[in-house]
Structure formats: structure tokens, C-alpha cells
Design a protein around this ligand. Sequence first.
Ligand code: FES
Length: 318
Amino acid sequence: MHVQESLDTHDAPLPQVLIMEDEVSVARGLGMVLSEEGYNVDLAMTGRSALDSFNRKMFDLLVADLRLPDIDGIEVIRQVKRRRPDTEVLVITGYSTVNTAVEAMKLGASDYLSKPFTQDEFLSAVKVALHTREFPSVERAEPPLEPLPEDALRLAEAMARVRESHAAKQEEVIPILQCVQNAVGYLSPEALMQVAEYTGMPEAAVYGVATFYERFRLSPVGRHVVKVCRGTACHVKGVDKILSAIEDRYHLQPGQTSKDRRFTLETVACFGACAIAPVVVVDDEVRANMDPGKVGKVLDDLAAKESAAAPASKPKPH
Ligand code: FES
């Protein structure tokens, strides 16, 4: 099967991206996300059609799923890198293993995202892969949230636990980062600095590890995480109105956390539940057939419950 589809929407010479992904809804969802940001996007649903595309056209970035119906994704990356070494590669996979991650990085992949990932995680991985700080038109600056006083306390407690249970060596950096994130909720610049000091690694290397693994967060997460699907089915059924309603009511844009850290709003390319679109997932609970009123009520109820339980506004365990 050779399915190829162009989602070009802009005349300007913006980065060319090929998404190699055999799940049509995921491929289209990711394609829409990038097209909306101004990228020129082609889709390939098999490894062979991806290689054909590279024979016909230059791409700046290959977004590569690893499990394909014909050729192994790693083999496609190997061939693409051999023919066009300048192509950047971003791996997306639902079957991540350390071996494939290492193999992909050895071949020059800039990042490795495990499914499911959020739209913002995807976009920021694409931007890092393409060094798009040079492309101001596709850069979206988010003001960083101020650390809370209790963050410093939690970090101190976490580092004390780290000293008790982890050797001060480079090999321990991942469990140490996980331990700190579990305690604080995210990895602040101060946390990365302290981990670097403890392990004896350069700060840039610790930062590199923290940004390489999708499980690590570099900004605070809210006590309630609201994920809104922006896939094709949800888009057709009016998900944009839901996002606008959340923005109006809670002053939150996708990727942001409210100042009181009550809500984090994220968007997802597709939950794979298109039959019950529009879909919103609140704290891992799937909400079907949503509309702005229903989502507003869910969030208002959560806020009211928290206020009633005050002062128990502790961060959600991670
Ligand atoms: S488009 Fe598939 S769940 Fe929204």
C-alpha cells in the first residue's frame, strides 16, 4: 500500500516534514498540528512510501514511527541518513525499548517520544529537532511559572533521599531525576543544577538527559491535567469551541499551567476514541461527547471540590 497525502498550507519556505506513521488518524492529527504551525507536511503510511518520498523530495525532518507494516522504522531511518545525512529525525513509537532508543540516537535521531504524547511535547520536539529558534514564526514563547516556596523544600527533601539511596555517579542520573520529579512534580533549573553537582555531570549533560526522555517535565504541572483532543474527528465536532471556552474561563492556553497550579491544559493529536468525539481527558478519566458547557462544569466542579477541601490544596502525586 502506498498512501501519500500532502497537507501543504503555506507558500513561505518553511521546514518540510515527512510523517511516517501507519495509523491514519495519528498521522493526520500530527500533520494538522504541524500544518497549523506553518510547516509543510507530507504523510507516508509505510516505510517503502517514506523512502519513495525521499527519492522525490528533500525533507528537513522525518517523524518516524518504528512499527510499520513493511520495513522496520529503524531500517528506514538508517537508509534515509545514508542517502540524506542532513535530515533530522524524530522518533515516535508506542513500543519504546532502551535498545531502539539507543539505536535511534546512534543513527542521529534528535529525540524519541513514546506514545501517547501531548501536542505540546510533539511540537517542542519538532522545534528542537529543527533548531527552530531560527524560525520566529513557529516559536511560541510561554512565560515560565514562578517556583512556589514549597518547591525548594520538596527539592531539599528529595535530594536528601537521593543521597541516602543513590550513588553519586553518572549511571544513576535517570533514577535520581525521576526521584526528584516524583517529589517536586517537575525538574526546575535549580533541581537540574543540584543533580549535576551530585552526579559530577556537566549541567548541560543533565539537561540533555532530562529533555531526551519524554517522562521528564521541565515545568510545573497542575493538580488536574486536562487533555483536549485536536484530532480530525474532534476538530470536525467542534473541539475548538471547547478550547476557546477553557481559554475564556480559566485564561489557559494549551501547554500552560494556571498560576495557582490547579489546571494544566494540554492537547493531544488523537486518543484513538474518535467515535465518541469530541474527547477530553481530565485526570486520566475519558469524557465523551464533550461540549463547552460540559467541560466547564467538570472543571468548575473540580475547582469547587478543592475549595471546599481547602487548605488541602496539595499537588497531585506524580
Ligand atoms: S480525533 Fe480521535 S479521539 Fe479525537
